[in-house]
Design a protein around this ligand. Structure first.
Ligand code: SF4
Length: 80
């Protein structure tokens, strides 16, 4: 698994910095269809397409170590 994961869904470009992730799982708690913890206990994307935009932003924003960065369709950073 690479150190960086990126996905676009609901017009949001989302990036997980897996080196920053400490595996608390807050993103998974907020949107388990979008995120899961892998065998190393680090976050990866599942199906963010299945989660609506507001919930995705909430889930990404829940990260206590700012390991997830999100940009909207205009390129503006919306998380963290
Ligand atoms: S909330 Fe942040 S630290 Fe916790 S699992 Fe998700 S990406 Fe990792």
């Amino acid at each position: 698994m690479s150190d960086e994961e990126e996905r676009t869904a609901s017009g949001l470009r989302m990036h997980i910095d897996r080196q920053l992730c400490v595996g608390f799982g807050d993103c998974v708690t907020e949107a388990s269809e979008a995120f899961r913890l892998d065998d190393e206990g680090i976050a990866v994307f599942v199906d963010p397409e299945k989660v609506d935009r507001e919930q995705l932003i909430r889930a990404c924003d829940a990260c206590p170590v700012d390991a997830i960065t999100v940009w909207d369709e205009t390129g503006k950073q919306v998380v963290p």
